[in-house]
Design a protein around this ligand. Structure first.
Ligand code: GTP
Ligand code: MG
Length: 306
């Protein structure tokens, strides 16, 4: 496949190199920082490629991975370079990237236009949103046209990752009750597009109706579409809707992703400082001073962050 002029400036890494770079970022350390700096410098150049980043969220088992796989196949068949990041907020508990194991996309070693990766923190001390923000910047610098970030619809961690995206797609199952969950988690407000998947199952049409009437109450209600990821129906229409969707002001964009990375990097550095102070006893000394009234809490905080 030939290079479109728009991605001339991309850091053309093989997908293997990209995977290695993301692994470095997951582990943290100075090598990771220089990889990110390199990606940022590339993205700052005037001919940098623009990646459309689509956050995909929704309740467990709704068919997010299957749907993302189908969308990715379709976009790839149209000649676009497509990446998928699966982010599993529960992996810290399960000790692995469970969700990644269930990702439904085949890797093809000879095709550098498809990239699939699951992200877990694996006890590195880096937060998941840090790894996800960094990985999204590396993928963007590698000149992908589309990036899907899949994350299970499970509250706060999820919303942080959703903020990296230009567009948020909420995937619901046909069963009642899921919508209520989504509303509770604040995901429905964050969604730019809602899809009821498993359209082949009974009740899917009713779920669409329920969502449409519920959403009609709010201003800029997202569109509600119906798909069946397993037989492919509605998937082309969904990809078109994602392509056509206007970006909401204040949502997504590269600056947002850089900001997410910056915020996470600051947190990581603060945590490092704190850890060092704990290890060498300074924290306890300071605490003794504060408890004994010989120093102020704020002064100690400033000193720790300096
Ligand atoms: N009948 C039917 N089954 C589907 C459809 N889409 C996905 N499935 C099935 O639903 C199950 C869950 O699909 P996944 O794609 O893993 O769902 P997910 O939302 O990614 O799940 P988690 O990552 O675990 O949250 C699988 O057995 C899929 O084959 C669909 O459109 N129709
Ligand atoms: Mg999944």
């Amino acid at each position: 496949m030939s290079d479109a002029p728009s991605r001339r400036g991309a850091v053309r890494r093989s997908t293997r190199e990209l995977a290695q770079a993301i692994s470095s970022v997951e582990r943290g350390g100075s090598n990771a920082d220089s990889l990110i700096e390199e990606a940022l410098a590339q993205l700052a150049s005037s001919d940098a490629h623009v990646t459309r980043v689509i956050g995909v969220t929704g309740p467990p088992g709704a068919g997010k991975s299957t749907l993302v796989g189908a969308l990715a196949e379709l976009a790839r068949a149209e000649g676009r370079r497509v990446a998928i990041l699966a982010v599993d907020p529960t992996s810290a508990l399960t000790g692995g990237a469970l969700l990644g194991d269930r990702v439904r996309v085949e890797e093809r070693p000879n095709d550098d236009g498809r990239f699939m990766r699951s992200i877990a923190t694996r006890g590195s001390g880096r937060s998941l949103s840090h790894a996800a923000a960094a990985a999204s910047l590396l993928i963007e610098a590698a000149g992908f046209d589309l990036l899907f970030i899949e994350t299970v619809g499970a509250g706060q961690a999820d919303l942080g990752i959703v903020r990296l995206a230009d567009l948020v797609l909420l995937v619901e199952g046909p069963e009642g009750g899921d919508e209520v969950q989504a509303m509770k988690a604040g995901l429905l407000e964050a969604a730019d597009l809602v899809v009821v998947n498993k359209g082949d199952r009974p009740g899917a049409d009713r779920a669409v109706e329920r969502l449409r009437s519920g959403l009609a109450l709010g201003a800029d209600a997202p569109e509600v579409l119906l798909t069946s990821a397993t037989d492919g129906s509605g998937v082309t229409e969904l990809l078109r809707a994602l392509d056509a969707a206007a970006l909401r002001p204040g949502r997504g964009g590269r600056v947002r992703r850089v900001a997410a990375h910056l915020a996470a990097a600051v947190e990581a550095r603060a945590a490092e400082r704190l850890h060092a102070a704990e290890s060498d006893g300074r924290l306890e000394d300071m605490a003794r001073g504060i408890a004994g009234g010989s120093r102020s809490l704020n002064g100690a905080v400033d000193e720790l962050l300096r």
